[in-house]
Design a protein around this ligand. Structure first.
Ligand code: SF4
Length: 533
């Protein structure tokens, strides 16, 4: 019997995290669940646990990572080989879209599963002997698999394939997280509720390889026509690869989501995040069947489907009692109206909720980024969510291709407006081209250091004000102590608390009350007053 180890390398960058030790993505658990269903000896381990073990008996490693984690992946494999590993390495996750670069540069990686994993991984498990013997006649038949052929060239068998909805609802992701993750009580376990994104607009610019011919397909009222662009511009926001890699939204069944959450809770999880590019896409694809859902803003959210899902989740005893916290990941602001805000407020009071805004310039967002969401919709959504008792946080980007002074000015204006309404946190990212996105090969760099600095300063001011609201307050947190220090993670999510007084070691993490004594842009500082349990 083969022994397989699934390793969660997500967000490990060069081999460690900065201060966010409390997140576990859904992907590695899905892969481990699939492997187990096929009858193999399998274990899922977080990078920090797996790196300490012996590997003599491990025959295959499935490693899940993002492109920014490639150094951690290489460190991990190097260490595994030193500790006796002689098997094969299959890489997957967001890093996979850059498979060509990965396989050309790093010989220690044997295979890459490109895009969604369910169908290729199942085929791999059926044909595992062919992977070991590198039988190309069989390898060629495994979809979305990249490898070096006998001549050393990198080949990809097929483009990424999208897992059908019925399969997504039958998944049994790994739930024995108490043996897989250190500090599992503190970790926010992401449970996938929707796969794929509904934005099939595109950047309509004419530059380099992006040659929009203004055919209007991606603006069409016919949702099927939006799938194809005659100029081969990948769908979605120009900086993002989600619609290309994961396709249009497909919602998992209520039962499968509830089963997974119950399984996680029975193995010690206390924090769950309902993961989706937009929670408000849940069940929305049903409203346009048999067409794919390719419009991010029309039709409105499927309130009935959302309510059914949330009622079922919040009927789980530990969730209803508040012992386990369930949170939302992202929503798109154009789908937030009064009914939606009221519904979310009923279930997610006091938790944070994230909205991708990118810039405050409507024309730029629509025409250049391919994101047809206006500042007015953002302001409205933040206001409604705030009034409903949630804590909205937003994402912005700078140094985007074609961004100019007007775009920065409008973004600063929007930030000021949002600050008045009381946005809790703004995360400002620097644009980096992502493989599989429309902007991947765009060789346009903008250079507005003064405007970027101005934006950074105002964002940092807003974040400081948001954090100052915590000063002298007490907060319920999960405590994690590791080699970097002692951190508190607010139960309902919020700023990381750097704990100044001593705290005890604990493999699973524990709850405590901390008093906030200081703030910076990124974190707050506090002292443990007492442990809860
Ligand atoms: S981006 Fe593509 S689909 Fe959209 S208008 Fe331009 S050519 Fe047509």
């Amino acid at each position: 019997m083969l022994n397989i180890l699934v390793v969660d390398c997500l967000a490990r960058a060069g081999g460690s995290r900065y201060s966010t030790f409390d997140v576990a993505g859904a992907g590695p658990r899905i892969v481990a669940g699939l492997v187990e269903e096929h009858g193999f000896n399998v274990k899922l381990e977080a990078y920090e646990l797996a790196i300490k073990k012996r590997f003599d008996n491990i025959h295959l490693l499935f490693i899940s990572a993002m492109s920014s984690d490639i150094l951690a992946v290489r460190k991990f494999i190097y260490n595994a080989v030193k500790r006796g590993f002689r098997g094969i390495v299959v890489l997957g996750g967001p890093v996979s879209i850059g498979y060509r670069d990965v396989l050309s540069r790093f010989e220690e990686i044997d295979y890459v599963v490109v895009g969604e994993g369910e169908i290729p991984v199942e085929k791999i498990l059926v044909h595992i002997d062919a992977l070991i013997s590198r039988d190309e006649n069989v390898l060629r038949k495994i979809p979305a698999l990249a490898y070096r052929n006998s001549s050393g060239d990198v080949v990809l068998t097929t483009p990424p394939i999208h897992t059908p909805i019925d399969k997504l609802s039958k998944l049994k992701p790994w739930v024995r997280v108490n043996g897989s993750y250190p500090y599992y009580r503190a970790i926010r376990f992401y449970v996938e509720v929707v796969r794929g994104c509904s934005n099939f607009r595109r950047p309509r610019i004419k530059s380099g390889e992006l040659k929009c011919i203004d055919c209007g397909f991606c603006l069409s009222n016919d949702f099927k026509i939006r799938l194809k662009c005659p100029s081969n511009i990948p769908p979605g926001c120009g900086f993002c690869s989600v619609p290309y890699v994961f396709g249009s939204p497909r919602s998992r069944s209520v039962d499968s989501i509830v089963d997974e959450i119950e399984g996680l809770i029975s193995h010690g999880a206390e924090r769950i995040v309902l993961s989706a590019p937009d929670l408000l896409d849940y069940g929305r694809e049903k409203l346009v069947e048999p067409n794919p859902l390719t419009d991010p803003c029309y039709p409105n959210a499927n309130i009935d489907a959302l309510e059914d899902l949330l009622n079922a989740i919040f009927s789980i005893e530990d969730v209803a009692s508040g012992r386990v916290t369930v949170m939302v990941e992202n929503v798109k602001s154009c789908l937030v109206n009064e009914d939606v805000a009221k519904l979310l407020g009923r279930f997610f009071k006091d938790t944070s909720i994230h909205i991708g805004v990118e810039t405050g310039d409507d024309w730029f967002n629509d025409y250049v980024l391919g994101k047809p969401i206006s500042s007015k919709q953002v302001v409205n959504a933040v206001k409604l969510l705030r009034e409903a008792g949630l804590r909205p946080c937003i994402y912005l980007m700078h140094s985007l291709p074609f961004e100019n002074i007007r775009v920065y000015d409008n973004t600063v204006k929007l930030v000021k407006q949002l600050a008045k309404i009381g946005v809790e946190k703004i995360t400002l990212y620097k644009f980096k081209p992502i493989p599989g996105s429309a902007f991947e090969k765009l060789k346009v760099e903008t250079c507005f250091p003064r405007e970027v600095n101005r934006l950074k300063k105002i964002v940092s001011r807003v974040n400081r004000v948001g954090k100052k609201a915590y000063l002298n307050r007490t907060l319920e947190v999960y405590i994690v102590k590791n080699s970097r220090g002692c951190y508190g993670y607010p139960v309902k999510h919020g700023p990381v608390v750097v704990v100044k007084n001593t705290c005890r070691d604990s493999d699973e993490g524990y709850k405590a009350i901390v008093k906030i004594t200081g703030v910076s842009d990124r974190v707050v500082y506090g002292e443990v007053l007492r442990e809860i349990y």
